[in-house]
Write a protein that binds this ligand. Structure first.
Ligand code: AMP
Ligand code: GLY
Length: 423
């Protein structure tokens, strides 16, 4: 089989490595992939947002199946267009991808179907938005409506900070059209859990839970990033919490999307906060998380491609989705200065990875037989072990054995999870 994977980051590398385990796979094409992914797939320089280019490639190459991984092409209708030429896909159609691409949509959906989430109001008028935060006081959360690479959220400690965020989004044009509508919501507190799930619109099968580390600096300081590291499973996500989430959040969401005529097929990501009031949705993503995927897929014991095709064909209920009981940790090596200002082009020398270790390449370019850093997040160093403690140590040992002069990582990935486990 010829498989096409749209995207070119660490998440896509993890997906590609898992798909290649299926013996029926002859070749994987990554569009555009990257210099590191090139070790595992044929990388074709077509951008993930070049939908006509992707469709033409899929048609010319006669690919058998496509996985559309990033949010942008999903929001642009890449799955709709590939399916229109007869290529079966993993990923939601445009009308379902809106669950991520518009926070105004997802918040209204949760309100209508009584899915627990932070109280909120949506604004298109800046003056009204400012009046509202003055009335509500701080802390308060300001979110740009559209896709903003995980950076369109300000958790404001003061009213002044909230007002500045609103001005920046609505008048500064920092997020372009994504910021012309803002959602202002109640500040919630509690541990955060990421749950990725497979769903074919009929059933929803949660994957092993995980914990992201979104801030750039140790101790959750510094600016928000796409994610600096992950662990799985998330110790806060107990079987009791999982049961509540299934009943109060996961199933109601699938049913709500069906009722709206927006059946969701693919990976639905639930970003949850476990508040004193019970689990609440912080955000939905219409795709695999990055770097959650880098810890979740190494724990998947079932064959990924088989599960994906069952999702596409609406046969998920008959398909086994089994996870290992081990733990995984991913430490992201990023370019110094990320997410603000950073340079590319530094040489990467990667060690051999034995069983239980993986290095997923998020941003690299191959030049003259060398691998050079390219972009903010560069590598995801992953260890799978029997305990979380050894997975964390293993991931750091792996990260420390990489040669990447301009690289940095957080030194406390997994610390909070270990404290929750061991006190
Ligand atoms: P998001 O991009 O929506 O996941 O938000 C980024 C981060 O902002 C989340 O991971 C939370 O840590 C924080 N956040 C978002 N919404 C809220 C909220 N209502 N209350 C407290 N923190 C929030
Ligand atoms: N790591 C968070 C995300 O993928 O949105």
């Amino acid at each position: 089989m010829k498989i096409l994977v749209v995207g070119g980051g660490g998440r896509e590398h993890a997906i590609i490595k898992a798909i290649r385990k299926n013996p029926a796979v002859d070749v994987v094409y990554a569009l555009p992939g990257n210099g590191g992914i090139a070790a595992d797939a044929v990388c074709v320089p077509i951008k993930a947002t070049d939908i006509p280019g992707i469709v033409k490639f899929a048609s010319d190459t006669r690919v058998d199946y496509a996985v559309v991984a990033p949010d942008d092409p999903l929001a642009m209708g890449c799955v709709d267009e590939l399916e229109a030429i007869g290529v079966p896909c993993f990923g939601p159609k445009k009308n379902a991808a809106i669950i991520e691409s518009s926070k105004a949509f997802s918040k209204a959906l949760m309100k209508k179907y009584r899915i627990p989430t932070a109280q909120f109001r949506t604004f298109t008028d800046m003056g009204e938005a400012i009046k509202y935060v003055e009335l509500m006081g701080a802390p308060i959360v300001v979110k740009a409506d559209g896709l903003a690479l995980g950076k369109g959220v300000t958790v404001a400690k003061t009213v002044l900070e909230a007002k500045e965020a609103i001005r920046e989004m609505m008048e500064g044009g920092k997020f372009g059209a994504s910021g012309s509508t803002v959602v202002i919501e109640e500040y919630l507190e509690g541990p955060e859990v990421s749950v990725l799930s497979f769903t074919d619109g009929n059933v929803v099968v949660p994957m092993v839970s995980s914990m992201d580390h979104k801030r750039a600096g140790d101790g959750d300081t510094g600016p928000n990033t796409g994610g600096m590291g992950t662990v799985a499973p998330n110790p806060y996500y107990t079987p009791e919490v999982a049961k509540r989430c299934m009943e109060e959040i996961f199933l109601p969401t699938i049913r709500a999307m069906n009722a709206e005529g927006r059946t969701f097929k693919g990976c639905l990501y639930f970003g949850l906060m476990l508040t004193a009031d019970g689990p609440k949705v912080i955000e939905y993503n219409c795709r695999f998380g990055d770097p959650e995927t880098q810890v979740v897929l190494p724990l998947l014991e079932s064959d990924l491609l088989t599960v994906m095709r069952a999702v596409t064909e609406g046969r998920l209920s008959e398909t086994e989705v089994r996870f290992s009981h081990k733990s995984a940790c991913c430490v992201v090596l990023a370019s110094r200065g990320y997410p603000v200002k950073y340079e590319s082009g530094f040489e990467l020398v990667l060690p051999e990875t034995p069983e239980g270790r993986e290095i997923y390449v998020a941003g690299a370019e191959a030049r003259d037989g060398k691998l050079l850093s390219h972009g903010g997040r560069v590598l995801g160093c992953v260890a799978v072990e029997d305990t979380l403690q050894s997975a964390v140590s293993g991931a750091y040992a792996l990260a420390d054995s990489v040669k990447f002069e301009n690289g940095f990582c957080r030194r406390d990935i997994g610390k909070r999870a270990l404290a929750a486990l061991h006190g």
